[in-house]
Design a protein around this ligand. Structure first.
Ligand code: GDP
Ligand code: IMO
Ligand code: MG
Length: 423
């Protein structure tokens, strides 16, 4: 296998960072293709924690080239901070191993302000990360956004910011009463960042094409999860990009047929940060137990993650919506020693049962149908799994129709079992 995609199959935070880091050991190129610094991908190596927001999760492997593709919305300030934090912690990051697409869209201060005031003043509260993601994608789609390649020319920055600010100025003044920097102030700051970014800028499409033609091993690292996809997710409680596999083809710029394996990263239970429907959410103590044991706090915002049982109709939908070919089941250790477990096997609505979610089913109205399953007490020290854990895995495979190829039972690199071979 030469090409593999990492896709979150739930509402994000499934452990994409850990799995990407592990597989990057065997591959040549890791590409982020959508989202921005709303992502928080955690890697833990011998107790040392690295949280990546914009930098791809292959970066801790010196041989591996990391690319940020043109589908990403990129905040130069956030990147500078992340670059400093990660290099201060000992990683080597230079234009030798990290390249940024000139076509990635820039998140400006105006976008961050808009994100904040819209969340604060409504009418809908999405519970965004506040990083300016949605407003930046709006400007991209409205054809008035800045691209990273623009940041090396002060006149271009000023001209484009003026266009971008034209309507926002009225919103800031009249609707939101928000303070905002002048075009000159914002342009000068972005230009300074542009000077620092310049050595990293490149044509990432051409680099991916060259790697594919040379038979190199390429991994596409998704952010968020299928249920947060702008088209496939629980709209409007979603992010503003294509988080499912379709985003790779537009955001990285590779031919669809070139992705051989689409690995759906799946938590053994379900979590969600932010607002929106969550059929299997647990409100009683067991939800708290999972939250505490799983350390379920957002890696970007620190918010408590809502927790619930594994939702198979949701997972089956993700498999279809994103053409997943296998599953990496993570955080299995969190469910160990918790007694009997429940798994949602269907949704009930208007007297009918459905074994798969779909955009036509209102997730806020469905009633989860649970099966109680035996708990497991595996300590994952040996090679064998208990029969209860095996049947938990088989239940998933049978319901969604694809195999579990990886089992993760802790945050460290060695806490992993490969059932299937990748790369
Ligand atoms: P991502 O956004 O999908 O990369 O996931 P996050 O990094 O936001 O959240 C996953 C959290 O679970 C991180 O704190 C990881 O260190 C941790 N983690 C990943 N895999 C496992 C696992 O198998 N078991 C446990 N206990 N923790 C894990
Ligand atoms: P990773 O890559 C979990 C959620 C936010 C909010 C919604 C919209 O670490 O899995 P946005 O700031 O994107 O406009 O927020 O999406 N969200 C995430 N939830 N993991 C993420 O990323 C997320 N990125 C965004 O909480 O509900
Ligand atoms: Mg995360």
């Amino acid at each position: 296998m030469k090409t593999l995609a990492i896709i979150g199959s739930q509402w994000g935070d499934e452990g994409k960072g850990k799995i990407t880091d592990l597989l990057a050991a065997k591959c040549d190129l890791v590409v982020r293709y959508q989202g921005g610094n709303n992502a928080g991908h955690t890697i833990i190596v011998e107790g040392k924690k690295t949280v990546l927001h914009l930098i791809p999760s292959g970066i801790l492997h010196p041989h591996c080239m990391s690319l940020v593709g043109h589908g990403v919305v990129f905040d130069p300030r956030a990147f500078s901070q992340e670059l400093k934090t990660v290099t201060d912690a000992g990683a080597k990051i230079t234009p030798e191993n990290l390249r940024l697409s000139r076509g990635a869209s820039v998140i400006t201060t105006y976008h961050r302000i808009l994100d904040g005031v819209r969340e604060a003043q409504g009418p809908i509260k999405i519970g965004t990360t506040g990083k300016g993601i949605g407003p930046a994608y709006v400007d991209k789609v409205a054809r008035r956004g800045l691209k990273l390649g623009d940041l090396t020319n002060l006149d271009v920055i000023k001209a484009k910011l003026k266009t971008s600010l034209q309507e926002k100025e009225s919103l800031f003044k009249n609707l939101y009463q928000a303070e905002y920097p002048s075009v000159d102030q914002e342009a000068n700051e972005l230009f300074e960042f542009g000077k620092k970014l310049a050595p990293f800028l490149d044509d990432t499409f051409a680099l991916i094409d060259k790697a594919l033609m040379a038979g190199k091993k390429v991994m596409y690292e998704g952010a968020q999860g299928v249920l947060l996809d702008i088209d496939w997710g629980s709209y409007p409680f979603v992010t503003s990009s294509s988080t499912s596999a379709g985003g790779i083809y537009t955001g990285a710029g590779c031919p669809g047929s070139s992705v051989e394996e689409v690995l759906g990263i799946t938590k053994a239970y379900t979590t969600r940060v932010g607002e929106g429907p969550f059929p299997t959410e647990l409100f009683e103590h067991i939800g708290e137990d999972i939250q505490t044991k799983g350390g379920e706090f957002g890696a970007t915002t620190g918010r408590k993650r809502r927790c619930g049982w594994l939702d198979l109709p949701l997972l089956k939908y993700s498999v279809k919506a994103s053409n997943l070919t296998s599953i990496a089941l993570t955080k299995v250790d969190v469910l160990a020693n918790m007694g009997k477990l429940k798994v949602c096997v269907a949704y009930e609505i208007d007297g009918k049962q459905y074994d798969m979610a779909s955009p036509g089913l209102d997730l806020s109205k469905v009633k989860p149908v649970y099966e109680e399953v035996s708990g497991f007490e595996d300590d994952f020290t040996g090679d064998t799994l208990s029969s209860s854990l095996k049947s938990y895995i088989e239940k998933i495979e049978k319901h969604v129709g694809i195999p579990v190829g990886i089992l993760a039972f802790g945050p460290e690199r060695h806490q992993i079992k490969f059932i299937k071979d990748y790369f």
